[in-house]
Design a protein around this ligand. Structure first.
Ligand SMILES: Cc1cc2nc3c(=O)[nH]c(=O)nc-3n(C[C@H](O)[C@H](O)[C@H](O)COP(=O)(O)O)c2cc1C
Ligand SMILES: [Fe+2]
Ligand SMILES: [Fe+2]
Length: 403
């Protein structure tokens, strides 16, 4: 059975929802599922914008078949060749032998690499600024390299102001009947997954997202719909989401607040993290979020690190090193290029405490534009009354650095 929705009077969402996949990219948990969005334009010519993951191919085919009602598919525009969108290309080529494929040079190269028989079809290689008319609608193509792969582009329909934004402006979370961001409570129910999606998937490529945002700024007054490849379509309050993207891709925190990430085996470092959280709240800073790195998925830690201005790292010493899970979190922050945060450190060791110096060295040598507060809470096995002054000093220093 088909399952489609109108985006505009002649543009349809023909994608699918996936609640079976546990790990997106086989790394990131998606308890709320994910959608693979594809769009079909029925103009004088019919145009399919992107395909879906292989697991959702059958639904895509039923959706297209229903809307085409026996007519052929004329064009397939591929904005992004990553298999969560491109995997069903071959199936479309087989079913619609006369379909013409429009994409970038790099994307065609990737199609061939992935084993798709695209050369039996007319391939229209486009670059920045090229246009194509399908009847009433004319679209223009805009390069979007590294958002999220090098071949990516976005397509702008100048006739109705629809921006097919590829992976940009996407989110984890299945749509489950809803289509538009204004049909859900996005700021309450979706923003955390949208942030976790963007920061973990494209976080490293902030400057490339910025480049795309600058191009979008040039046509901002013309953009009426944003149609991403995952998550809801935007037709209202576009600036809400564009502003979030701007902050994330500039590595600017969204909020003044403190994330306390602790690594603890027996609970003593954990107790110190809790004591510090209480001290901060006592001083009026209640935007405090405490996470055990051992049982919080690193994609969540990353997302929170992008949201908040201050990060406290509290780690035991482990075989003269940083606790491995904490080290992994640090590696992810480095890998995703996070910048412009203020860190405070809590260290613990029972005979040779090293974790504080090692975390400080990592932040200074491996990451960019980070500040580490001088005040450090150093524990020998456990937090005791003798450390009360140090704990207060650390809380004061964090508050002071927030002014
Ligand atoms: C496998 C292992 C390795 C450790 N290596 C060190 C070490 O190199 N230096 C040190 O001072 N403590 C080391 N410790 C001890 C813990 O860091 C220490 O007991 C800590 O104070 C306990 O904090 P917690 O209650 O938060 O787990 C190690 C503990 C374990 C289990
Ligand atoms: Fe992608
Ligand atoms: Fe994607």
């Amino acid at each position: 059975m088909y399952c489609v929705r109108n985006v505009t009077e002649d543009l349809y969402w023909v994608g699918a929802n996936d609640h079976r996949l546990h790990l997106f990219e086989n790394i990131h948990p998606i308890p709320r599922g994910v959608s693979y969005n594809a769009y079909l334009l029925l103009d004088e010519k019919s145009v399919l914008f992107d395909t879906v993951d292989w697991s959702a191919c059958r639904q895509l085919l039923e959706n297209i078949e229903h809307l085409l009602a026996g007519k052929p598919l004329d064009f397939l525009v591929i904005n992004h060749m990553e298999p969560d969108h491109g995997a069903s290309i071959e199936e479309i080529l087989i079913r619609y032998p006369d379909v013409k494929v429009i994409s970038t040079e790099k994307s065609f190269m990737l199609m061939r690499q992935f084993g798709f028989h695209v050369d039996g079809h007319e391939c229209i290689e486009v670059k920045e600024g090229d246009t194509q008319t399908f009847g009433r609608h004319t679209v223009t193509f805009v390069a979007a390299p590294m958002v999220h792969w090098p071949e990516a582009m976005v397509t702008f329909d100048v006739t109705n102001g629809v921006l097919f934004s590829a992976d940009a402006f996407g989110s984890f979370g299945a749509l489950d009947g809803k289509l538009f961001a204004d049909e859900v409570n996005f700021d309450r129910d979706w923003i955390d997954d949208a942030r976790r999606y963007l920061t973990n998937i494209v976080g490293k490529y902030g400057p490339h997202v910025q480049l795309l945002l600058k191009k979008a700024a040039g046509i901002l007054d013309q953009i009426r719909f944003i149609c991403p490849l995952h998550g809801p379509v935007w037709r209202k309050d576009l600036m809400y989401f564009i502003d979030k993207y701007d902050k994330w891709s500039r590595y600017e925190p969204e909020e003044k607040g403190v994330m306390i990430a602790y690594a603890s085996m027996y609970g003593n470092t954990e107790a110190a993290a809790q004591a510090l959280a209480a001290k901060l709240c006592e001083r009026g800073m209640t935007n405090v979020w405490v996470y055990d790195v051992s049982n919080t998925h690193v994609s969540q830690l990353i997302s929170e690190s992008f949201r908040l201005s201050h990060i406290v790292l509290a780690s035991v010493t482990y075989n003269l090193g940083i606790y491995p899970v904490m080290h992994d979190y640090l590696m992810h922050m480095k890998g995703l290029n996070l910048q412009n945060r203020t860190f405070a450190l809590v260290e613990n060791g029972s005979w040779a405490c090293k974790s504080g110096d090692l975390m400080q060295k990592f932040i200074h040598e491996e990451m960019k534009n980070m500040t580490v507060l001088n005040e450090r809470l150093s524990l020998a096995s456990a937090l005791n009354d003798g450390k009360a002054a140090e704990l207060d000093a650390l809380a004061d220093a964090i508050l002071e650095s927030m002014k």
